[in-house]
Every structure is written in structure tokens, then in C-alpha cells.
Design a binder for this molecule. Structure first.
Ligand SMILES: C[S@@+](CC[C@H](N)C(=O)[O-])C[C@H]1O[C@@H](n2cnc3c(N)ncnc32)[C@H](O)[C@@H]1O
Length: 315
């Protein structure tokens, strides 16, 4: 869970696309979808948001109807109130939600029949299917509903993540860029301890700097597809900033960035692995029909293409 712990504790964002317009909470098609759902739930509805992350969906629910009783769980060690403050729009909502970290969906520590509604935004699919379904069924009241937006293998999000994997893999493991950056940081660090570096030492630094920027350029040229270029630009921004701050650059800083990129790669790999294909969706439907009163599973299509699956179950 370290790849998620690190992300939720160090990124001031409500959801897992920190660089997107959802950073401060869900809006657009996703918000519209959930608002339609919330419309049919009365005041004081007891809601559980599973795999909540920093609470993007729970905040949306709380802001829609402040009387909802919201609990939000995640397998990661979450604590969004440590990141957000009074000046943030979501702060009041976050304060009204009970967040519980280190609670995987397959081990929900609530009594039977605790909730009217269980919801999930790109989170339910990360847990082992059968136990997660059993747990959700158990904690729901009779006639309670489970509604989830689930990653689809055919969505444009998944396609984008595949491009992200190519770029991250290349940067981390294939062209020695990070090693070269590490060596450069080592030289910067050694020079920062010398009061008056020699001309030779300064020349060496300039040469390494040039070589590094050249490797960057060469790497950039390898990415011909637009979405790969977007990923490269997103990641390169932080790396180039590091190179430019040569006086304060340390090996530890490079190691930290490397670790973050490795976690990033792990998260998007996990996301692709959790996305349902058509066949998997059919199997899920069959499984749900055994225990649930009403079952519906269909793709959610928006202007850009398929966004995800909509799973709706009634106990
Ligand atoms: C893509 S993020 C979605 C977070 C949030 N729902 C959102 O919309 O931003 C997936 C989340 O699933 C969580 N997760 C992974 N495995 C889990 C499990 N077995 N039980 C509960 N949460 C899990 C991760 O910690 C992460 O927060």
C-alpha cells in the first residue's frame, strides 16, 4: 500500500488524477452522474464510500446534501484533513466525513445492515471481487444499494494509462536518464561543499549538465504519440526543475523523485489490471445475480468515449 499511502499523504488532491481538473473535487460528467444518483436519496441517508482515497466522491456527496451521514474507508493510510485547510473549498465537507484508513473493502469493520447506500468511484475493482461483494452486501440494509463507477479496459482513461506506462518505464529503466541525473546530483553535491571549485570542476559540471539535457531531448523524441508526449512533459517538468537548481541538488532529492515515479508506475499498472473487460463484466453480472435483488452493469459513454462501467446493485 506504500504506493497509495505516499500518494494520498503527500499530494494535495481529492482524487487519483492529481494533474486533472478533478484535483479539487469531481466536476463535469462524473459529478452529474452522482448528482442524479443522490437525488433519489433522502436526508440523513447513511452512506459508505469505499476505496475513497482523499475523499473525492464522499466530498461530492456531502456537498450535495449536508445531512447525509458519510463514512469513507480505504485500504491506504488516509488522512485528508492533514492536507487541506480552512481556505480550501472542500474543507467543511471533509470535516463532516468520518475517514477510516487501513480498512480494505474485503474487511469492512461495520455491523450488518449499517448503510442505505455504498458508493465507489474507481475503487471497488481494486479489491478481491467475491469477498468485497459479500462485505458490501452484508453492511447494506435490506433494499440498500451499491453503486460504483468501475474502470473499463476500453475506456480512454485506460488507453491513456497504457501510454503512461510506456513513458514511465522508458524514463525509469530503459535509457539511463535517472542514473545520469543521479550522477549529476552527486557532482553538484560534492561541489556545493567546496568553497572555490576549480575551472576544471566547473567545466565538468557544465558538460554533465549539457549531456543530461541532450539525453532529455533524445528521450523526448522517442515519444511520437500525442498522449505519450503529454505524459513525458508532465514528468519531465519536475526533472528539469531539479537540473536547473544545481546548487541545491542532492542525490537524496533524485532518489525521492525516482521513488515517486516508481510508485506512480505501480499505481497506473494496478489501475489497468483492475479495469474490467467485457468478459469480466459478464462474469461479475452472473456472480451478482446469485445474491442481489436487482443487478445492472453497463458502460458509461461520454463525449470523449467510454469513461467506465456503471455497476448498480440492490440488496
Ligand atoms: C484510483 S484510486 C480511487 C480513489 C477515490 N475513490 C477517487 O475517486 O479518487 C483507488 C483507491 O483504491 C484503494 N484500494 C486499493 N486496494 C484496495 C482494497 N483492497 N480495499 C480498499 N481500498 C483499496 C487505493 O488505496 C486507492 O485509494
Amino acid at each position: 500500500m506504500q504506493h497509495w499511502n505516499s500518494y494520498w499523504n503527500n499530494t494535495k488532491t481529492l482524487n487519483s488524477f492529481a494533474e486533472s481538473y478533478h484535483q479539487q473535487g469531481y466536476s463535469g460528467d462524473i459529478a452529474l452522474f452522482w448528482h442524479d444518483i443522490f437525488e433519489s436519496f433522502a436526508n440523513n441517508t447513511a452512506i459508505l464510500d469505499i476505496a475513497t482515497g482523499n475523499g473525492g466522491l464522499a466530498v461530492l456527496a456531502q456537498q450535495y446534501n449536508t445531512s447525509y451521514k458519510l463514512i469513507a474507508t480505504d485500504a491506504a493510510d488516509i488522512n485528508p484533513l492533514a492536507l487541506f485547510g480552512v481556505l480550501d473549498d472542500c474543507y467543511n465537507a471533509l470535516q463532516q466525513i468520518q475517514f477510516i484508513g487501513n480498512m480494505p473493502t474485503e474487511h469492512l469493520a461495520f455491523s450488518d445492515g449499517s448503510f442505505d447506500l455504498v458508493i465507489s468511484q474507481f475503487g471497488f475493482e481494486y479489491a478481491p471481487l467475491t469477498t468485497a461483494l459479500e462485505q458490501i452486501h452484508r453492511v447494506l440494509k435490506y433494499n440498500g444499494q451499491f453503486i460504483a463507477l468501475v474502470h473499463s479496459s476500453r475506456s480512454f482513461i485506460t488507453q491513456d494509462c497504457i501510454a503512461g506506462i510506456t513513458v514511465l518505464h522508458q524514463l525509469l529503466y530503459e535509457n539511463g536518464l535517472i542514473e545520469q541525473l543521479s550522477l549529476y546530483a552527486h557532482i553538484c553535491q560534492s561541489l556545493s561543499n567546496i568553497k572555490e571549485p576549480t575551472t576544471h570542476q566547473l567545466q565538468q559540471l557544465t558538460e554533465h549538465n549539457k549531456a543530461l539535457l541532450e539525453t532529455f531531448k533524445q528521450t523526448q523524441l522517442r515519444f511520437t504519440e500525442e498522449n505519450q508526449q503529454d505524459w513525458f512533459n508532465l514528468i519531465a517538468k519536475d526533472l528539469v526543475e531539479l537540473i536547473m537548481q544545481s546548487q541545491s541538488l542532492t542525490v537524496a532529492k533524485v532518489e525521492r523523485i525516482k521513488q515517486d515515479l516508481q510508485y506512480f508506475l505501480q499505481r497506473i499498472k494496478e489501475q489497468i489490471a483492475s479495469a474490467w473487460t467485457e468478459q469480466q463484466a459478464e462474469k461479475v453480472k452472473e456472480l451478482c445475480l446469485l445474491n442481489w435483488n436487482k443487478v445492472s452493469l453497463q458502460p458509461l459513454q461520454i463525449q470523449e468515449g467510454i469513461l467506465c462501467w456503471i455497476l448498480r446493485l440492490e440488496k
